[in-house]
Design a protein around this ligand. Structure first.
Ligand SMILES: Cc1cc2nc3c(=O)[nH]c(=O)nc-3n(C[C@H](O)[C@H](O)[C@H](O)COP(=O)(O)OP(=O)(O)OC[C@H]3O[C@@H](n4cnc5c(N)ncnc54)[C@H](O)[C@@H]3O)c2cc1C
Length: 452
């Protein structure tokens, strides 16, 4: 496959900026998976797009670095060569609970590849940004969006951004009729436009650290531990631990947890230490092999901010609270939403400014709701009623762990891997269950689909 990457991102990220400002048809704020995907698909549709990123690539991002077949699917749609060196393939997941260790291969579906991947976000985000640039997006890295620019009606018409260069101390206006907020969990742009978080939705916290572990670095399963406890024999952690191979002699090890119904926030650092002390010595998950500190960040789950479109601003990825409430996965979701937002913006811009354009932009939350509304609604309920009490313990009991069929069904539920129309009995079961969930109404709180 042809690699679309330009040879050197540095040649494109230091751009000349006019002090009177820059104009484009779309401004995308943030070049994580959501922003780079949106910019890539917009550029491919021939739309003049500026991608603003406050950091400079390559840069770290606190993450588990694990990619399910959903994310691989999105990478392939962006023309990323996932057979190139640097990607670590996974055949499936290994779940550990009590004395059970089970392997569940990724399913062979019509819609998705049958393998997952892992790659450090240090490389991953750089690769995606390069693809956006190769497709024609204008990347400005080292530029931080400070505030939205609005017209008299309160509609977004761009952002004021500052450069990290001491030669450019004053903010510069970046103007466009459509702005995409892809600035991550802090969601500053959305907040500045009054788009508050739904307080009923859970926010998980996750922490990760890299360890040198040649023994585990080339593993072909993503390993998940479901029987972790709060420190000193406390209750089960409302989440899980992971050990993901990064392929370069290291593993990414971490924990993610919801706030516990009774015990509140987990001390992730202490839980991580106690857990890793249980792992075999030869895996190398010990202090002397650690690289860098334990770092943590928030995971906004289950469409926790709405509306996803308002007054010229589209929210994608973590800024729209799109992390799956079922498993904490957010990269594939960010990339898919980036593609859908790009399609909506490109279609909208085919109409002159006015009600028809607005109507097309309002279609974005409706489409996101169509794709994930029911699934997330069910997931939010599971997070509230089950995962935030006892993590995965109740569902990964010994009956489920001993039944390949139940395990496979559960794995596909947690990772949203089904074919539609249904091709096998698991598809039938899951697709029927999703259909039975009432669709969140556009406009309802928590649906993520209300438009103004
Ligand atoms: C510990 C941890 C482990 C995780 N593990 C996984 C995993 O294994 N698999 C998975 O699928 N998901 C995982 N997630 C979730 C995943 O990291 C996020 O869902 C994903 O990064 C969301 O992508 P995004 O593009 O929306 O936001 P981000 O990746 O956060 O990107 C936002 C970008 O915007 C930039 N930015 C922010 N503000 C501004 C501004 N004002 N101006 C310009 N630029 C700005 C930032 O620098 C950043 O580059 C994990 C999360 C955590 C915290």
């Amino acid at each position: 496959m042809r690699d679309l990457s330009p040879p050197d991102l540095a040649t494109t990220d230091v751009r000349e900026v006019s002090r009177s400002g820059e104009d484009a048809l779309v401004i995308v704020v943030g070049a994580g998976p959501a922003g780079s995907s949106a910019a890539y698909h917009l550029a491919r549709a021939g739309v003049d797009v500026i991608l603003l990123e406050k950091a400079r690539f390559p840069r770290e991002k606190v993450c588990g670095d694990g990619l399910t077949p959903h994310a691989v699917h999105q990478l392939i749609r962006m023309g990323v060569d996932v057979s190139a060196p640097g990607w670590t393939r996974s055949r499936g997941m290994r779940w550990v609970a009590g004395e059970h260790r089970v392997h569940i291969d990724w399913p062979a579906l019509g819609r998705y590849p049958d393998f997952g991947l892992s790659r450090s976000r240090h490389d991953f985000d750089d690769i995606l940004a390069r693809h956006a640039v190769a497709a024609g997006a204008r990347l400005y890295s080292g530029w931080k969006a400070e505030r939205p620019l609005t017209d008299r009606a309160g509609r977004v018409i761009g952002v004021a951004a500052t450069s990290d260069s001491p030669d450019l101390p004053e903010p510069v206006d970046f103007r466009a009729p459509v702005v995409v907020a892809a600035d991550g969990a802090s969601a500053r742009l959305a907040l500045a436009m009054g788009l508050e978080r739904d307080p009923r939705r859970q926010i998980a916290t996750a922490a990760r650290r890299y360890y040198r572990s040649p023994e585990r670095s080339q593993e072909d399963y993503l390993e998940l531990w479901a029987d972790l406890r709060f420190p000193d024999g406390g209750p089960y952690l409302p989440g899980y631990g992971w050990i993901f191979p990064v392929g370069d002699g290291r593993v990414n090890v971490g924990l993610g947890a919801l706030p516990h119904r009774r015990h509140g926030k987990a001390d992730l650092r202490a839980t991580l230490d106690q857990w890793l002390a249980r792992t075999p010595e030869e895996w190398g998950l010990r202090e002397e092999n650690a690289e860098g500190p334990v770092r943590s960040a928030a995971l906004p789950l289950g469409f926790n901010r709405h509306p996803l479109y308002a007054r010229g601003l589209l929210l994608v990825g973590d800024s729209g609270g799109m992390v799956s409430p079922w498993n904490g996965e957010g990269i594939a979701q960010a990339m898919e939403a980036g593609e859908v937002a790009a399609e909506s913006a490109a279609l909208a811009l085919a109409h002159p400014e006015g009600p028809r354009r607005e109507q097309v932009l309002r279609g974005y939350p409706v489409e996101m709701n169509r794709r994930w509304g029911r699934y997330y609604r069910l997931g939010n309920t599971a997070a509230d009623l089950v995962f935030s009490r006892s993590g995965f313990q109740p569902v990964l009991n010994r009956y489920v762990m001993g039944s390949p069929f139940l395990l496979n069904t559960l794995a596909r539920l947690l990772t949203n891997l089904t074919d539609t129309p249904s091709r096998d009995v698991v598809d039938h079961l899951l697709n029927t269950a999703f259909r039975l969930v009432p669709s969140p109404k556009p406009g309802a709180r928590g649906s993520g689909a209300r438009s103004r």
